[in-house]
Design a protein around this ligand. Structure first.
Ligand code: IMP
Length: 203
């Protein structure tokens, strides 16, 4: 279903950085954070990133009676069968700090040899025209890397200090924010979702 120009879209996130980045790419729309509507965040009960993104978008669309965009992201480590996955933010327990999560990851990976330390960040972004939308737009972005055995770098957040990028020869915590956005899973998912939304508009 096409959406009209200057249509408001609620973003199921309170992160100001994300709002700015999304607004810059979706100039035909007015992106409004869900905090402006005092939306209560839902429990993320899904076992996949897609399910959790849909739960968040549906909740925001329902509450605001507007189209909604939500994202869900995390780290997938091959040697750990996909962990920390959808629980990336709370890998070391509810309320865990980034440092706690990184320490738990380093511990879990301590005996894993170099060539098996492959991992990727994933970001799923969804757009729902309304809470009952049976066909959300779904975009996924991936960023391939390798888990180091010690932390390097001060930028970023989460697992950035242990996420080694072969091509850049540094961790994602050593990239300045603009450089990270240009390469990251989030940037890629956002650009795919933008193309899908713009195509909707022109169909
Ligand atoms: P969120 O749901 O997008 O807020 O991210 C969930 C969790 O995944 C974060 O708390 C981080 O632990 C991890 N994560 C997601 N994206 C990144 C990233 O770009 N760098 C480092 N960690 C990330």
């Amino acid at each position: 279903m096409p959406v009209s120009n200057n249509q408001q879209i609620v973003l199921a996130s309170g992160n100001l950085g994300k709002i700015k980045e999304i607004q810059a790419l979706l100039q035909a729309y007015a992106i409004v954070p869900q905090s402006a509507f005092k939306v209560v965040e839902p429990e993320e009960t899904g076992t996949t990133f897609v399910e959790n993104a849909i739960i968040k978008a549906r909740n925001a669309a329902q509450h605001c009676q507007l189209p909604a965009i939500a994202d869900d992201s995390g780290l997938i480590v091959d040697a750990l069968h996909g962990a920390p996955g959808v629980i990336s933010a709370r890998y070391a327990g509810v309320g865990a700090s980034d440092g706690d999560n990184v320490q738990k990851l380093l511990h879990a990976m301590q005996d894993v040899p170099e060539h098996l330390r492959t991992a990727r960040f994933v970001c799923v972004m969804v757009y729902m025209a309304h809470a009952d939308d049976p066909c959300p737009l779904i975009a996924q972005g991936f960023w391939e890397g390798r888990i180091l055995n010690h932390a390097i770098g001060d930028y970023g957040f989460g697992y950035d200090p242990v996420f080694w990028l072969e091509a850049q020869h540094c961790t994602s915590a050593q990239l300045a924010p603009a450089d990270k956005n240009a390469l990251s899973h989030r940037g890629k998912a956002l650009s795919v979702l933008t193309q899908q939304l713009n195509a909707l508009h022109h169909d």
